[in-house]
Design a protein around this ligand. Structure first.
Ligand SMILES: Cc1ncc(COP(=O)(O)O)c(C=O)c1O
Length: 388
C-alpha cells in the first residue's frame, strides 16, 4: 500500500467561517496586494484548471479538477508566485529606505541602482530558489542559493541560468536552511525563505501571500455548481498548504472543503505534528523522489492555519509517483513533475482503501480539487520517469 499513515485531526473546524486568528495570518489586504502585483507581471496568465473526468469516473467520484502549474511564468511551478514576489516586496522596502522615495511595489524595476549592492539569499530543493533567483534578476540585485547535496544538477543549472550563485551544503534541506540563515546574518544578506521560524515570519508571510494567487484563480475558474468538497494538497514545510487552506476558507466560509494534506512518509513533519498536537520535526533519513516535499521542519507561520483547517494528514511512499506522471502525460497531455502528483496520489491511493475512503468522506458525490504544483522542473528526471 502506498498510503503509510493517516492522522485525523480532531481539532479541525468544519462548517465554520474562517476564524480571525487564522485569516489574520494572511489578511485580505496582503493577499489583494499579491494579486494586484503578480497579475501585472509581464507574461502573467492564470494557469489552466483541467478536468480529469476519465480518472474521476474510474475512482467513482463526481468530479476531479487539476490546477496545472506547469506553465507558470516559464519557471514551471507555483513557487514562481512566492519567492519572486517576496524579493520584489523586500527590495521595494530597501529602495524606499535608501532613496527616501515613496515608490510603489510595481516601480521597483525602475530603481536598479539601489538594488545592485543588495544580496538576497535562500535555501531550496529547487523551485523556491529558482523563483528567488528570477525575482533577484528582475529587481537587479545579487542572489545566492543554498542547495543540499541531494538536489539534482538540473535544478542547480536552472537557478544558475538566472544569474544566481549556487552554494552546495552537506546534509538535507533543513541543513541548507540553517546554513543560509547563518551566512545571511554573517554577511548582511537579505534572507528570502519560504519557511519560517521564531523571529522570522514576515518574509515567508509575503511568500505565502503570493501562493494565494493560485488558489484564487482555481476558485474563479471552478466550473461546477457546488464548491469543491475535498482538496488534496501536498505538504513540504506547509507554506503552500497553509496559504491554500486560508485563502479557500476565507472565500468559501462554512462551505470550505475538507482539506487533506499529503506528504512523503520519510518527511512527514506536518502529519507528525498533527498526531502530537504540537509542532514536531523529523530528522530525514531517506530522500523522497518528491524532492520539493522533503522537508523535516514545519513552517511556524503555517502551523496555526493547518491545525485549525486540515481534517486529515496522510503519508505516501514514492510508488504511485512515476505511474501517475506517466498517466497524466499519456492520457491528458499534462506535464506533471514528481512533487506535482503527490496530492493526486493521496486521492487515488486513499480510494483503493475502502475504509480510508469512508473515513475521508469520499463518495460518488465528491468534487475534488488537486494542485499540480510543478511541471518538468528537472527535465532529465522527468524523462526518466515518464519515458520508461
Ligand atoms: C512542486 C512543489 N510542490 C509543493 C511544494 C511544497 O511547498 P511547501 O514547502 O510550501 O509546503 C514544493 C516546495 O518546494 C514544491 O516545489
Amino acid at each position: 500500500m502506498a498510503i503509510q499513515r493517516h492522522c485525523h485531526n480532531e481539532q479541525a473546524l468544519q462548517s465554520r467561517s474562517c476564524p480571525a486568528p487564522v485569516s489574520n495570518v494572511l489578511p485580505e489586504s496582503c493577499r489583494h496586494q499579491a494579486r494586484e502585483t503578480i497579475s501585472g507581471w509581464p507574461g502573467y496568465a492564470p494557469t489552466p484548471l483541467r478536468s480529469l473526468q476519465a480518472l474521476a469516473s474510474e475512482l467513482g467520484v463526481s468530479a476531479l479538477q487539476y490546477k496545472d502549474e506547469s506553465g507558470r511564468f516559464d519557471l514551471a511551478s507555483f513557487k514562481a508566485l512566492g519567492g519572486a514576489y517576496a524579493v520584489q516586496s523586500e527590495i521595494c522596502k530597501v529602495i524606499r529606505e535608501a532613496s527616501g522615495l515613496d515608490i510603489e511595489i510595481d516601480q521597483v524595476h525602475r530603481h536598479h541602482e539601489y538594488a545592485e549592492s543588495v544580496t538576497v539569499v535562500t535555501a531550496t530543493d529547487g523551485n523556491h530558489g529558482r523563483s528567488v533567483a528570477w525575482g533577484a534578476d528582475r529587481c537587479g540585485c545579487q542572489c545566492v542559493v543554498y542547495m543540499h547535496e541531494h538536489v539534482s544538477m538540473g535544478r542547480q543549472e536552472a537557478v544558475e541560468a538566472l544569474g544566481a550563485r549556487v552554494q552546495r551544503v552537506k546534509g538535507n534541506y533543513d541543513d541548507s536552511v540553517h546554513r543560509a540563515e547563518e551566512d545571511a546574518k554573517a554577511n548582511g544578506w537579505l534572507m528570502v525563505s519560504d519557511t519560517s521560524w521564531p523571529g522570522y515570519l514576515d518574509v515567508p508571510r509575503t511568500v505565502m501571500a503570493g501562493y494565494t494567487v493560485m488558489s484564487g484563480e482555481a476558485l474563479d475558474q471552478w466550473p461546477l455548481t457546488g464548491p469543491p468538497t475535498h482538496v488534496f494538497i501536498q505538504g513540504g514545510c506547509g507554506g503552500l498548504a497553509g496559504a491554500v487552506c486560508l485563502d479557500m476558507w476565507s472565500r468559501l466560509g462554512p462551505s470550505k472543503p475538507r482539506f487533506i494534506v499529503v506528504e512523503p512518509d520519510p518527511a512527514a513533519c506536518l502529519h507528525d505534528s498533527a498526531c502530537a498536537g504540537r509542532i514536531r520535526r523529523v530528522d530525514i533519513q531517506v530522500e523522497s523522489l518528491m524532492a520539493g516535499l522533503s522537508c523535516g521542519e514545519v513552517s511556524l507561520i503555517a502551523w496555526p492555519i493547518l491545525e485549525e483547517a486540515v481534517a486529515d494528514f496522510i503519508t505516501i511512499t514514492d510508488d504511485p509517483v512515476g505511474p501517475l506522471m506517466r498517466r497524466l502525460a499519456r492520457e491528458e497531455s499534462i506535464v506533471a513533475g514528481e512533487s506535482a502528483v503527490a496530492g493526486l496520489a493521496g486521492l487515488t491511493e486513499s480510494i483503493r482503501d475502502q475504509d480510508l475512503a469512508d473515513r475521508l468522506g469520499l463518495s460518488e458525490h465528491s468534487r475534488i480539487l488537486v494542485f499540480g504544483t510543478e511541471g518538468a522542473t528537472d527535465p532529465v528526471i522527468y524523462d526518466e520517469l515518464v519515458m520508461c
